[in-house]
Design a protein around this ligand. Structure first.
Ligand code: CU
Length: 160
């Protein structure tokens, strides 16, 4: 009887652990079906050769606030929430992020979860796997009402 209980606990532990760390695209997200966007395409973070860690703080800042990637490069962005409140990292063009921030202000409880965003609870980290397919200047922002307005915005420069 004791052996069965232990086996059940061992079997369950990895699932509970993996779920507790989840703060990104749904685990069932099929990267093969990712839709291209103006700022690139979702890519399995496991295929990334580079991890870029970005801290988020209650001072409404991302650190670093500017990153540079190469066109065609797949990166694993790890957003670590160092604050006491929920923060998120959402990738996009400035125009899209502005529109999305307006929408979030009108509907504060709105659920949004897509592969180009990570919602991260205090003390946790989330990840985004992303392939930047076109050169240019793109952004990442926290769209929690008030945060974007306070300047919680970072810049991605994609070089040729
Ligand atoms: Cu925030």
């Amino acid at each position: 009887m004791r052996a069965i209980v232990v086996a059940a606990m061992l079997g369950f532990a990895p699932i509970a652990g993996a779920h507790g760390e989840k703060a990104h695209a749904p685990p069932q997200f099929d990267y093969a079906k990712a839709e291209p966007t103006a700022f690139g395409i979702a890519a399995d973070p496991k295929t990334a050769k580079r991890t870029i860690r970005i801290d988020m703080s209650d001072a409404m800042r991302f650190t670093p606030a500017e990153i540079t990637v190469k066109r065609g490069e797949t990166v694993r962005l790890v957003a670590a929430n160092k604050g006491q409140v929920l923060h998120e990292m959402v990738l996009g063009t400035m125009d899209e992020l502005r529109k999305h921030a307006e929408l979030m202000k009108k509907h504060p409880g709105m659920e949004h979860d897509e592969p180009h965003m990570a919602h991260v609870n205090p003390g946790k980290s989330g990840e985004i796997g992303w392939k930047f397919t076109g050169a240019g200047t793109f952004y990442f922002a926290c769209l929690i009402p008030g945060h974007f307005e306070a300047g919680m915005i970072g810049k991605v420069t994609v070089t040729r």
